[in-house]
Design a protein around this ligand. Structure first.
Ligand code: HXC
Length: 257
């Protein structure tokens, strides 16, 4: 796959996607959005891709939506084209998706990282929703996903002041799953993705689906949904294999059936 703004490398069962607009600190313009959407559609239907890592450069995961591209947009145009709605597709991607964040993850960049299943950050990572300093507000989920990730107090602080939070604060707040030394970021994210890719596909997809349902359902409905998926997994060969392997003290050989 060849793109103008992305580099896609297939490493075994893992696709490594690198945002590649260094001249604009990976600002997210319409080409990035279109190309990411195209890449993820391909991954969704390609059984050889079992997990994805999304990353940027050392200096910036992404410094936000492209301000130069949107500065002259008028309301009528934004409304009738449903400006930014294209980004709503990514959270529907069914396979595991890890964000590996180094440097700036600001505005749309922070929102893009939050659309991923979890974030592994380098110690250099800086997260923020600085839209307020431009006279706008977050438009790709910042006011919604940030609250769910780190709670109202910190989400309000970030959205209202536009200040940045470092990796240590982001991990402490629950935005980030792990913080690693700068040189180890990609290796750590790829290792996590490879580990997931080696597990039983149906259980991985269901675990992702069930965790995501926690944001939409009441506790009682969420628990029921989880239980039904849990029960369904007893219809898979991989459940038989996984449990037999444990009992026989050997590694499982999952068939993804
Ligand atoms: C377009 C951007 C950009 C952006 C950086 N650049 N961020 N271009 N859109 N979001 C460009 C700069 O114009 C500059 O290009 C080059 O990248 C390098 O940036 P510098 O500012 O020179 O780097 P530095 O001094 O290191 O400062 C880094 C920075 C700063 C703190 C990250 O660039 C910054 O504040 N960027 C904007 C962050 C932001 O406000 N993001 C939210 C955007 S709104 P030139 O050609 O001048 O050298 C948003 C809305 C989300 O995301 C909701 C809808 C998607």
């Amino acid at each position: 796959m060849t793109f103008e703004t992305l580099i896609v490398e297939i490493r075994g069962a893992v696709a490594l996607v690198t945002l590649n607009r260094p001249q604009a600190l990976n600002a997210l313009n319409s080409v990035v959005m279109r190309e990411l959407s195209e890449a993820f559609k391909t991954f969704d239907t390609d059984p050889a891709v079992r997990a994805v890592v999304l990353t940027g450069s050392e200096k910036a995961f992404a410094a936000g939506a492209d301000i130069k591209e949107m500065q002259h947009v008028e309301f009528a145009e934004a409304y009738s084209s449903d400006f930014l709605a294209g980004w709503a597709e990514l959270p529907n991607f069914r396979k595991p998706l890890i964000a590996a964040v180094s440097g700036f993850a600001l505005g749309g960049g922070c929102e893009l990282a939050m659309m991923c299943d979890f974030i592994i950050a380098s110690k250099t990572a800086r997260f923020g929703q600085p839209e307020i300093t431009l006279g706008i507000i977050p438009g790709m989920g910042g006011t919604q996903r940030l609250v769910r990730a780190i709670g109202k107090a910190k989400a309000m602080d970030l959205c209202l002041t536009g200040r940045m939070m470092d990796a240590e604060e982001a991990e402490r707040s629950g935005l980030v799953a792990r913080v690693v030394e700068p040189g180890k970021l990609i290796d750590e994210a790829l290792a996590a993705a490879e580990r997931i890719a080696g597990l039983s596909g149906p259980s991985v997809l269901m675990a992702k689906e069930a965790v995501n349902r926690a944001f939409e359902l009441t506790l009682a409905e969420g628990l029921r949904f989880e239980r039904r998926l849990f029960q369904a997994l007893f219809a898979t060969e991989d459940q038989k294999e996984g449990m037999a392997a444990f009992v026989e003290k050997r590694p499982p050989a999952f068939k993804n059936r």
